[in-house]
Ligand binder design. Structure first.
Ligand SMILES: NC(=O)C1=CN([C@@H]2O[C@H](COP(=O)(O)OP(=O)(O)OC[C@H]3O[C@@H](n4cnc5c(N)ncnc54)[C@H](OP(=O)(O)O)[C@@H]3O)[C@@H](O)[C@H]2O)C=CC1
Ligand SMILES: CC(=O)N[C@@H](CCC(=O)OP(=O)(O)O)C(=O)O
Length: 345
């Protein structure tokens, strides 16, 4: 297969490149840059020093859509909504890592992202790429909206409970933490080393752009879902997301039954590992892998369930999930090129 990556000079893009170089079905990878065409990837990233002179190209949609099989877009919000219409309609399938194509409603996008949304005709073609819950639609799609990093951890953690209707969907509270690579390559005042190290910070309180994305999917699973509370925090680590979620349980269900429910939902999903009671995951359990690890607890005094879900934001939260989607879209085995264990320590 012939692959193109737009935004390869960023964190999500360079991770895509690393993974695709080891993918057995990938023949060529073309790298595109809006600001550094003509340079090489090893000029930018010294860890790519052994890559033979891989030159960065100008983004040329007409040529790309004719010649490439799959194009990954790993650019900031606002880019894909303009670029995607120019890339569709020929040979190439498009997988977008940004938030531009995930929300069905244009007004909701504008409200949360403070940008103009993609045309309705493009949004209508975009399939939400959460493979564990949407495999059949993904397999027949030309355009994939790869989920956000927080929504991936949250939705995998909440899916079985929402679908089984065993929890009160108006009681969802999500407390999530991310490493700094989630904010991309360019440092800001709050991601700068001097600020983040030895620090722990809440941000975008009740304003996070992933709130509507999570609500959209939860509502598809369970019509009784009401607006959620999501609090996001920045922690002084490079990679990883932990989402801790709380809900009231409806029924006299036991923790054992809940765990079995989760295990049944995910038994055929190679990248979700449901743990036994008490065996809570940490972010290093999934570091540099496509896994999502989930563990549940039940407080019988409050009848509140706690769900803990961890992913690597650059992997299952971005690049490796995008490749999982590519495998499905291209009719390959879902796990191709992704079958490795997490890096530890
Ligand atoms: N970091 C993460 O954990 C996750 C990120 N995402 C999303 O994925 C996307 C990429 O994120 P990330 O890699 O972290 O971001 P970075 O900021 O690290 O990189 C983004 C890249 O986009 C390219 N770019 C900037 N402007 C344009 C433009 N106008 N046209 C084309 N390319 C452009 C730049 O490369 P160049 O100048 O060479 O073109 C830049 O290197 C974002 O939308 C992000 O929200 C989603 C899930 C997780
Ligand atoms: C730590 C950190 O800052 N993370 C980013 C994740 C951004 C992201 O992935 O944005 P889209 O999914 O909307 O493209 C944030 O919280 O905004």
């Amino acid at each position: 297969m012939k692959i193109g990556i737009v935004g390869v000079t960023g964190y999500g893009g360079i991770e895509l490149y690393r993974l695709l170089t080891a993918h057995p079905d990938v023949e060529t990878i073309s790298l595109y840059s809006s600001s550094q065409a003509g340079g090489t990837i090893k000029d930018i990233y010294s860890h790519m020093n052994t890559v033979t002179n891989h030159r960065l190209l100008d983004i040329q949609p007409e040529q790309m859509k004719r010649e490439l099989d799959v194009i990954f877009l790993a650019a900031p919000a606002g880019v894909s909504s303009e670029l995607t219409p120019q890339l569709l309609g020929d040979k190439a399938k498009v997988i977008d890592l940004s938030g531009d194509l995930r929300l069905h409603n244009r007004n909701t996008y504008s409200q949360w992202y403070k940008k103009e949304a993609a045309p309705d005709s493009v949004l209508a073609q975009a399939v939400y790429g959460l493979p564990e819950w949407n495999k059949e639609n993904i397999a027949s799609a030309d355009l994939i909206a790869n989920p956000g990093c927080y929504p991936t951890a949250v939705l995998l953690g909440l899916g079985p409970l929402m679908r089984s209707h065993s929890a009160d969907p108006s009681s969802i509270i999500i407390d999530a933490k991310s490493g700094v690579s989630g904010a991309g390559k360019n440092p800001s005042a709050i991601t700068h080393f001097g600020h983040t190290q030895e620090n722990f910070q809440i941000y975008k309180v009740n304003e996070h752009q992933h709130i509507p994305e999570i609500e959209q999917q939860l509502t598809e699973w369970n019509g009784a879902v009401t607006p959620i509370t999501l609090s996001t925090h920045l922690v002084p680590m490079t990679r990883g997301i932990m989402a801790t979620m709380y809900m009231k349980l409806h029924e006299e269900i036991t923790l054992r039954q809940l765990v079995e429910q989760y295990q049944a939902y995910y038994q055929d999903q190679p990248f979700v590992r449901v743990r036994e009671e008490g065996n809570f995951p940490c972010t290093k359990d999934v570091y540099a892998s496509n896994y999502c690890d989930i563990c549940l607890a039940l407080d019988n005094r409050t009848r509140r369930v706690t769900v803990v879900s961890v992913i690597d934001n650059l992997m299952k939260g971005a690049a490796s999930q995008a490749i999982q989607n590519m495998n499905l879209v291209c009719g390959l085995r879902e796990t191709t090129g992704l079958e490795y264990l997490p890096v530890y320590p």
